[in-house]
Design a protein around this ligand. Structure first.
Ligand SMILES: Nc1ncnc2c1ncn2[C@@H]1O[C@H](COP(=O)(O)OP(=O)(O)OP(=O)(O)O)[C@@H](O)[C@H]1O
Ligand SMILES: [Mg+2]
Length: 341
């Protein structure tokens, strides 16, 4: 293999890669490697260009002993820390030297951390009602054994706690099903105004005043009706729970010729309330699982903190996006933007 061939192979790899020839010069580096080092390292002596002692040691050993070498390296560029698994393999066909590849471990680390946080959150959310139920059982077995009135009250509270656990488990199952389907495009033809009308109707029966301003015209989209129903139910339910008590909620639809971020024609469906609004520091985290601004208030209202996380996954399955705008003491606007095609 000559230098041009090595360069072509390295360019085709989907991870940062470099080739150090026997004379210790870097004779090829792909764009990914160049962006890691923020420097065109081609033509430079590897020990001067790469700087990390662990990397230099591994490359040196590979050049010397012609054996595979690995190292974990911590790289800092523009205040961002990245962890890489570096692998060196000696090649002695044609041009001789060391092929170095870098595997980014940062995301894996983040995923493991996210997974740990998720398990801890689920355990905590389940343990709270479970502890309450155990407490009631203990009291009913002990001091309140013969107290009929207490029995009634406690059974009612136990039923509420077990309903809460049931909701949590259903939401978790729903979330994992939606995540598994996220790459499958929905294929039903859904008339968004009809769907919204059904959701709105169910809230009107609960004495919630909803003002509809359904202005979109071409409103049939390729979608999953049940899932979009779930999204709008949660957005309207949130507006009821966290908005101003008794004040009307406005549901609006609008066509956009080209959404600025999705870059396709889309339909915007917004749910607006006139509640206390949301501090901007919370906005980027609202769609995280179990993230609540006021956990106590959410739990009191029967929330699991999964509604917006589920909504976000459903909307992304529809290749759309969720936009959240809010002004303190004026209210919030949650908009699902769904592409028309
Ligand atoms: N319209 C809103 N106004 C103010 N805060 C809101 C609004 N909608 C959501 N939030 C905040 O975002 C948090 C997350 O909402 P999300 O729908 O994910 O969970 P939840 O409503 O608490 O529980 P669930 O949806 O499972 O019933 C809420 O707990 C609340 O703090
Ligand atoms: Mg909710």
């Amino acid at each position: 293999m000559d230098q041009a061939q090595i360069k072509a192979w390295i360019d085709a790899l989907g991870i940062p890669a470099l080739f150090v020839a026997d004379d210790t010069r870097i004779i090829a580096a792909n764009d990914l490697a160049i962006s890691v080092y923020n420097l065109n390292v081609e033509g430079l002596i590897y020990s001067a260009a790469l700087r990390q002692p662990a990397a230099i040691e591994a490359i040196h050993a590979c050049l010397e002993y012609h054996k595979i070498q690995t190292a974990r390296i911590h790289h800092t560029e523009n205040c961002t820390d990245t962890v890489f698994d570096l692998r060196c393999a000696y090649i002695d066909k044609g041009l001789r030297g060391v092929l170095i590849t870098l595997k980014d471990l940062t995301d894996e680390g983040k995923n493991t951390q996210l997974h740990r946080d998720f398990v801890a959150n689920v355990s905590h959310e389940l343990r709270t009602p479970l502890t309450a139920i155990s407490g009631f059982i203990e009291t009913l077995q002990g001091s309140a054994k013969k107290d009929e009135e207490a029995l009634d009250r406690f059974l009612g509270m136990m039923a509420r706690q077990s309903a809460r656990m049931d909701r949590l488990v259903s939401d978790l199952l729903s979330l994992s099903r939606i995540e598994a389907q996220e790459r499958q495009r929905p294929s039903d033809t859904v008339y968004l105004h009809d769907l919204l009308a059904t959701v709105i109707e169910s809230y009107k029966a609960q004495d919630v005043e909803i003002i509809s301003q359904l202005n979109a015209h071409d409103h049939a989209v390729q979608a999953d009706a049940d899932q979009l129903h779930q999204v709008f139910s949660n957005l309207i339910e949130n507006a009821v729970k966290y908005g101003q008590a008794g004040a009307p909620i406005t549901v609006t639809t609008k066509n956009v010729a080209c959404d600025a971020r999705l870059r396709v024609p889309a339909i915007r469906m917004s749910v607006c309330d006139t509640g206390a609004g949301i501090d901007p520091i919370h906005l980027p985290r609202l769609t995280e699982r179990f993230y609540r601004i006021d956990g106590h208030r959410s739990r009191e209202k029967g929330g699991t903190g999964l509604g917006l996380a589920i909504a976000k996954h459903i909307i992304s399955r529809h290749r759309g996006r969720l936009e959240i705008k809010s002004k303190i003491s004026q209210g919030s606007e949650f908009t699902a933007i769904i592409p028309k095609r």
